[in-house]
Design a protein around this ligand. Structure first.
Ligand code: APR
Length: 326
């Protein structure tokens, strides 16, 4: 039984809605149910897919030792009263489609999804996963007018997990002993922070030379592309689903974990009116607090460059996209 001040009643089973029953969404539904965190509503625009996936997950319950309900639907009314809503709906880039075309297509999908979901779950905490993440989260916030503690994007947990993995592989240590942190946008301009990345408290700058760290940072920056390159058709979904699940868990269990989250800034780190990855405490009310780290001039300037690029894409998207109003 959980109690959260955001939700006025005692709840026997929290409910998480996952919009988009593709690879990330369906894997996330599986993780949430099999970790016994909540009932899950899986919603997709394609008829039959979420229903089939939900039934398949329900049939695994006896073996996976949980009793969570998984509902598949195409109808937003079924998502009513969710505690957390995750948006993974969108399309990957197809041959012949420009980045701008994809941006506009996904912008429409994300804004439509979040607008429909909020009508049924006005008190929920919203997590955007659809790419390009920083821009999609901004548009979703703008379309809904949600307070900034209740809407965020998932990127930094994934980028940090990739950095963690590469550090662990290089040093041949357990990934659980590595704490890595990546701030900034979810893309080539992300800002991994080696000074604050440690192996059981020892900064990696004490364990690896500068050239090696730079190699791991570069690999992290292109972590998503490396997987696309290997798979040829398709992109990462296991680690993105795990990363989102970590955020959902911290919210549902009121863990107050310190995680890099794409959050709306109002002057923190010298940045305003932008969603970008920064360390946040995540608990039952969403973003409890943003932690302002001491950054070097170079780190601060990398974060600012990252923000400038996000801002340009937001402006460009808004010029071409009339579906956004506030
Ligand atoms: N409403 C609901 N679902 C939709 C809509 C919509 N308007 N439009 C598309 N979808 C669904 C698709 O039918 C599909 O099932 O979104 C799902 C997307 O799934 P995939 O194509 O498998 O994409 P996935 O790998 O899950 O990635 C989803 O997460 O990490 C990001 O970059 C990734 O933006 C992408 C998103």
């Amino acid at each position: 039984m959980i109690y959260s001040p955001s939700f006025p009643v005692l709840c026997h089973s929290p409910r998480v809605t996952v919009i988009g029953a593709g690879r990330v969404g369906s894997t996330l539904a599986q993780r949430i149910a099999e970790k016994n965190l909540a009932d899950v509503v899986l919603l997709d625009i394609v008829e039959g897919i979420p229903q089939g996936l939900a039934l398949d997950l329900m049939e695994a319950r006896g073996m996976e030792l949980h009793n969570r309900k998984i509902i598949g639907t195409n109808n937003y009314a079924d998502t009513s009263g969710s505690h957390v809503v995750v948006i993974t709906a969108g399309f990957p880039r197809k041959p012949g489609m420009s980045r701008d075309d994809l941006l506009l297509m996904n912008a429409k999908i994300v804004v439509e999804s979040v607008t429909k979901a909020i009508a049924y779950s006005p008190n929920a905490i919203y997590i955007v996963v659809t790419n390009p993440l920083d821009v999609m989260t901004y548009l979703a916030w703008q379309a809904t007018g949600l307070p900034r503690d209740r809407i965020m994007g998932m990127a930094g947990v994934l980028d940090s997990a990739r950095f963690q993995t590469f550090i662990a592989m290089e040093l041949e240590v357990a990934p659980t002993d590595v704490n890595a942190i990546v701030l900034g946008s979810h893309g080539d301009l992300m800002v991994p922070l080696p000074r604050y990345s440690t192996v059981n408290g020892i900064p990696i700058t004490e364990l690896l030379d500068a050239a090696t760290i730079e190699r791991l940072v570069e690999r992290t920056r292109h972590g998503g592309a490396e997987i696309v390159g290997l798979m040829q058709s398709g992109s990462a979904f296991f680690a993105p689903a795990s990363s989102t699940c970590v955020m959902v868990e911290s919210i549902l269990l009121n863990q107050s974990r310190l995680l890099p989250v794409t959050a709306y800034l109002q002057g923190e780190y010298g940045l305003k009116d932008i969603f970008i990855g920064v360390p946040c405490h995540l608990a039952s009310d969403g973003i409890e607090r943003i932690l302002e780290l001491n950054l070097t001039d170079a780190e601060r300037s990398a974060l600012s460059t990252s923000a400038q690029v996000i801002r340009k894409i937001i402006d460009k998207t808004q010029e071409n996209f009339v579906g956004v109003s506030r």
